[in-house]
Design a protein. Structure first.
Length: 341
């Protein structure tokens, strides 16, 4: 791979939508040894607008044209999940490392196909589970394992509730986040994957998972409520609850150990709360504005020859989607969704 020996990794983005405006796109320009040289969107006017606003030299309305650009060393796929596999395999076929937005793909089989293609071609594959590189979650890991502040972790419980967003009731918008054929599921898939991936990073793979999903409000085809139970390979057990038609927003993960309890949110930068025999302590750690930048720094480092900088992202991405497949299997069958069956 020529980029491994070049001074700068030159990136192209396929799908320069909202997620790339602040969360990710600017990081490719800010990180040392990295540059954003091309963007693509099927709507060429929007691609040109993005390029002009962000100071990107080239824009395309065709993904293959961007992948084939000799000035592009690596590709960031930021389209909806239903096209992740298509564009990831396109980049891999061209021998170019690929960074895929989360969730990795619409089901675990597609994720595995991407990983297998990358392995066969010796092309790096990364997934945008960027929260594991945020300072707040490194503090959580430090408290759990370096300080053993709650002793041995025994169980974990997560709750996420949010009010119904009116934009998902508009039949004219048909927003892709709640269209299973495009997203793989509903908001549980879109944001619940972050929590499940963080738990994988903290405690190891979830080896067993089951759950119940329902659509209580009936505003869109995907599930709006999910309850799940799961177990890790190390014997820890856990539960999770997501509801997207609630009065208030609530985001809380509680880890119970044999000597204390640690609580934190997946989203935002609210306090990390530690309770043990020494009392109660809170830790306040802000997230960076370009929230993917810490992770993008590590994958650029890996592409510059620093091995294992990216923390097994692709394998954990497969596992996270596999867990969601287990939880949603019965709901998908009952509603006739041809995903992850």
């Amino acid at each position: 791979m020529s980029s491994a020996h070049s001074k700068t990794i030159r990136w192209g983005i396929i799908g320069c939508g909202d997620v790339t405006e602040v969360k990710s796109g600017p990081a490719f320009q800010k990180v040392e040894g990295s540059a954003l040289v091309a963007v693509m969107r099927r709507d060429g006017d929007k691609a040109r607008d993005y390029a002009q606003r962000h100071g990107v030299a080239k824009w395309y309305d065709d993904g293959q044209a961007l992948v084939d650009d000799p000035d592009v060393d690596a590709v960031y796929v930021a389209t909806p999940p239903s096209s992740h596999k298509h564009y990831a395999l396109m980049a891999i076929a061209a021998g170019k490392p690929v960074y895929v937005e989360k969730p990795f793909a619409v089901d675990a089989a597609e994720c595995e196909a991407i990983v297998a293609a990358g392995r066969a071609a010796n092309v790096p594959v990364f997934v945008a589970y960027y929260r594991r590189m945020l300072p707040r979650f490194h503090k959580v890991r430090e408290l759990l394992f370096d300080e053993r502040a709650i002793g041995t972790p025994r169980s974990v419980h997560h709750v996420h509730t949010a009010p119904h967003n009116p934009r998902y009731s508009d039949p004219q918008s048909s927003h892709w986040h709640v269209r299973p054929e495009i997203s793989g599921g509903g908001l549980f898939v879109d944001i619940g994957c972050h929590t499940l991936n963080i738990l994988d990073w903290l405690f190891g793979p979830i080896t067993r998972a089951s759950g119940h999903a329902s659509n209580q409000r009936g505003s869109y085809p995907a599930e709006d409520s999910v309850a799940m139970a799961f177990a890790f390979g190390n014997g820890m057990v856990g539960t999770g609850l997501w509801n997207f038609d609630a009065l208030q927003r609530h985001d809380l993960t509680e880890v119970t150990g044999d000597a204390g309890r640690l609580s934190f949110a997946t989203f935002g930068d609210g306090p990390i709360r530690l309770e043990n025999a020494a009392g109660v302590r809170e830790f306040h750690i802000e997230n960076p504005r370009t929230i993917q930048q810490p992770l993008i720094e590590t994958l650029v480092a890996e592409l510059h020859g620093q091995p294992a900088a990216c923390l097994d992202l692709a394998a954990s991405g497969v596992r996270t989607t596999w867990v969601m497949d287990q939880v949603l299997r019965d709901y998908r069958r009952a509603t006739g969704q041809q995903i992850g069956l």
